[in-house]
Structures are given as C-alpha cells and as structure tokens.
Design a protein around this ligand. Structure first.
Ligand SMILES: Cc1cc2nc3c(=O)[nH]c(=O)nc-3n(C[C@H](O)[C@H](O)[C@H](O)COP(=O)(O)OP(=O)(O)OC[C@H]3O[C@@H](n4cnc5c(N)ncnc54)[C@H](O)[C@@H]3O)c2cc1C
Length: 452
C-alpha cells in the first residue's frame, strides 16, 4: 500500500512535521540518512562519556520547541531558569550578571541588572539603554531591515566597541552565529525583541540536562512510533520528485510512492536530491552560505567552578557549560568536571589543528576560572560543525523559501526556510509544523474541490 506522506530528514524539522502529520491521521514514513534522529543537535560516545556535538540553548520564548519537548515527554530532562540569570566573566577576574528581576514587566525587567553591570562604565550603561530603546522600536517583520547589519545599526544608535563587546555581541553572536557587524538586522531585531525586550520572561535560559541524543533521538523515536510513523534511519534519499522518493539503505535501493513529500534537509542536500527545486520559487535558496560553530570539551580531575554556565567577554571563550552530569563523567571520575566551551561564528578557528585549539582554550579557561588553571586536564578535544547554521547576513531573507515554495507536491522545512526566526531549534520546529500544515491545508482544499 502506498505511503501517504514521506518526510525526508529526521532533524527537529522532520520530527515536528512527521508528528503533526501523523496526529492529523496521515500515514507517514520518515527517512533519515544517519543511524539516529536529531540532525544538527546530537550526542555521541567518546571514552565512555556521552558528548553533545555542540551546546544547545533555548529560551522561554521558544514556544514551538518547548511544545515539542512536552509532546516528547522530556520536559523533566531540560533546565529552564525561573528567571534570566547569566554570569558574565572577564579574564581579569571582573564579573557581572545579565539578569532580570522577577515580577518586573518589560522593558524595566533588565534595568537593575544593567545599572549594576560592572563590565561597562556608567556612561556606556546609558548607551546600552539607548540601544535597547532603538532596537525595541524595530519591526522584525520589516524586510528592509534585512538590508542592514546589526553592528552598523548599533553604532548609529550610540553604541561603541565596549557595549558591543561586553553586551550586545554576547547575545547576537550566540543566537545569529555571526558577529554583530556581519549579522542581519532583521534577524537581530527578532532575537532582541522576541527574546529579550518585549516580554520579561522571554529570555529565561533553557538547556538539556541529559545528552541531546535522549531529547532529539531516543524520545522522538518512541513518540513517532506511538503515533504510527514508519521511521527509517540509515536511509539516504537520492531522488525526490512529485509523488516519488528514491533512497538506499545498507540492504539496497528503496522506492516510495506517496501523495505528498516534506523535504526537511539542509539546502545543499535538498538541491542535490530534488533537481526540480532549481526551477521552483525556492531556487534562490541555493545562494545560502553557512557559518561554523566549534566546541572545545575539557575534562578536569576536579571541580573547578560551581557555575552551571557562563558567558565570557574579552576572551575567545564565548560561553562554557558544565556537562559533568549529562555526560556521565561522575561514573568515571567521581570528583571531576567537564566543561564544554562554545565558539560561534568560528570561521577563524574551524580549520586550526585540534592540539592548537585545545591548548589555547585550556589556557583561556584557566584565565576565566582560576581553579581550572590549577586542575589537571584529563582530556580535551574539539567538535567542529562547519555548516552549523546558514550564514545569517543581510540579504538572506529573500533567499529563504516558504514551505510552499517547493515544486508541486513537495513542501520545504528546515531551520533555513523562511520562519521569521534565526537558524535555531525553534525555527526548525516551526518550519516542520508549517510544512505539515501546508500539506494538510492542500489536502483539505482538494477534498473540498472534489466535493463541489
Ligand atoms: C554546534 C551547534 C550548536 C547550535 N546551537 C544552537 C543553540 O544553542 N540553540 C538553537 O536553537 N540552535 C542551535 N543550533 C542550530 C540547530 O541545531 C539547528 O537550527 C536545528 O537543529 C536544525 O534542524 P533541522 O531539522 O532544520 O535541520 P538538520 O538538523 O540539519 O536536519 C536535517 C536532517 O536531514 C538529514 N538528511 C540530509 N540529507 C539527507 C538525505 N539525502 N536523505 C535523508 N536524510 C538526509 C540529516 O542527516 C539531518 O538529520 C546549533 C547548531 C550546531 C551545529
């Protein structure tokens, strides 16, 4: 019997699309090239540790991703701060906190934190308030903002190297995977308004308390199976055309005849598997470039910090997270600690030799966290994602297709599609739901047409 919908790609977009379609009663096959689900957000084993390919953070405003976590039954496996509180460290030992006061509405919720933000002078703190007011006046749906870079906008509104380095850049680089001078103002407006300035609780920080693989691979497998989705991992799709998907597994070639297809793979894979995309409204998406993220993982023989995570300024360390519990280190080195350093927009770093990267970052962690300089490093290694996100620079909005911009019968999904959000887990889930809704909307329309 023919499968009704094929979802190609088992990242968060494909998972969200498959669940939405199955919940609506469609018969779904999900085809994923790798042996696991979860796409860009996954875990692997190394020396009896479970390691995430890269630290993943979400915010309370990421409602679609959080709804997916609820659907997957894994909300107990994530930490979500009751209120925003980010320690910010500097190598000279000075510290500040980016936090909000509970029960104070936006935009005053950040006022006390800004007033006490000791990494900036009093004059620069006033500049930040001016910059925030200017960002708050932007409309993230205004496409003309995508012609400008965030950095130029900030400088036009009174910001200087100090405020951009010690504050705006921390958030912008982590969320847009580009430095402010290279990032699209339209996407930055989305990040800062939706994620920080419009609602007091929007920016409360969340992250996985377990390996990402449990959230994004094991849990979805169970939920998809329960919803009746036929999940085929280890199945690379070679050709997608209206009504037909050709792929192969270790056991040989396979073909699926379907009514609808959701293509939820990154742009390069989408154009490779679906030649008709080049002639579809989505064709400009071939022009999307990518931006890398590097993570440096350091295992110490003892605890070096009580901070669950921190951001850093004036340091190549942008953020670090304590992954001791989630990695299972306690079973191996009961008193040890495992810190994972995140470096976004890592174009300068991604091709450097691993030994050079680890030596540099072990030294830098020692400058930020003095106890780390005295501890023994038991293991240090690097994970590199060369195509972590699309390059979210000015001019990219016009390149991002909508779910319905594929060839007939083929809907598009993925964090790179036109979700209005940056390339994030939230964007991925939203794109999957939109593509599924487009499939369902189209079938409702054709049923209505048949009946009339
Ligand atoms: C290191 C790193 C850190 C990040 N940090 C954050 C963060 O802190 N917060 C955040 O929100 N986001 C973060 N992101 C971005 C986030 O991971 C992505 O936006 C999101 O996971 C993309 O999901 P997706 O489903 O759109 O695409 P993908 O995850 O790329 O999924 C596409 C899937 O398609 C499969 N596929 C490709 N070709 C084929 C084929 N021919 N046949 C079958 N299957 C195929 C792939 O194997 C993959 O599983 C980070 C990304 C990286 C890499």
């Amino acid at each position: 019997m023919a499968e009704r919908v094929a979802v190609v790609g088992g990242g968060l977009a494909g998972i969200a699309a498959a669940l939405r379609l199955a919940d609506a009663g469609r018969e779904v096959v999900l085809l994923e090239r790798r042996p696991r689900l979860g796409g860009m957000a996954f875990s692997f084993s190394r020396n009896r540790l479970t390691v995430d390919n890269g630290q993943h953070v979400f915010l309370r405003c990421c409602t679609a991703y959080r709804t997916l976590l609820t659907r997957l039954g894994v909300t107990d496996h994530v930490v979500l701060q009751p209120h925003l509180d980010i320690p910010v460290l500097r190598p000279d030992g000075r510290q500040a906190r980016l936090s909000r006061l509970p029960a104070v509405p936006a935009p005053a919720h950040l006022g006390a934190s800004l007033a006490g933000y000791g990494l900036l002078s009093a004059r620069d703190r006033l500049r930040v308030a001016r910059g925030a007011a200017a960002l708050r006046r932007l409309d993230p749906t205004d496409r003309s903002l995508d012609r400008q870079a965030l950095g130029a906008f900030l400088r036009r509104h009174g910001q200087n190297d100090a405020t951009i380095g010690a504050l705006w850049g921390i958030i912008a680089t982590a969320t847009l995977n580009l430095p402010p001078d290279e990032a699209s103002l339209a996407l930055a407006a989305k990040v800062f308004r939706t994620g920080l300035l419009d609602r007091a609780d929007a920016s409360d920080v969340g992250y996985a308390a377990v390996p990402l693989g449990r959230l994004h691979s094991s849990a979805p497998r169970t939920a998809l199976a329960a919803a009746g989705v036929d999940v085929r991992t280890g199945c690379a799709v070679d050709l997608v055309e209206a009504g037909r998907v050709l792929g192969h597994t270790a056991s040989g070639p396979h073909e699926w005849t379907v009514e609808d297809i959701v293509l939820a793979v990154p742009p390069r894979a989408a154009f490779g598997a679906c030649p008709a995309l080049a002639a579809a409204p989505a064709a400009p998406a071939a022009g999307l470039a990518t931006s890398p993220i590097v993570n440096v993982h350091v295992v110490y023989d003892r605890r070096v910090t009580d901070l669950p995570f921190a951001a850093a300024v004036e340091s190549p360390v942008q953020w670090f997270f304590d992954r001791t519990l989630s990695s299972g280190l306690a079973d191996r080195v009961p008193r040890g600690q495992y810190l994972a350093v995140t470096v976004s927009a890592a174009g300068q770093l991604v091709d450097r030799p691993a030994g050079e990267i680890t030596a540099r970052f072990v030294a830098e962690l020692g400058r930020l966290v003095p106890a780390a300089a005295r501890a023994e490093v038991l293991d240090a290694f690097v994970t590199r994602e060369r195509h972590a996100t699309f390059r979210q620079s000015p001019g990219t909005w016009a390149l991002r297709p909508r779910a319905v911009d594929g060839p007939p019968g083929i809907r598009l999904a993925g964090a790179w599609t036109d979700t209005g959000w940056p390339d994030t887990m939230e964007g991925a889930v939203r794109s999957g739901v939109s593509a599924a809704e487009a499939v369902l909307g189209a079938s409702t329309r054709s049923l209505a047409e048949a009946a009339s």
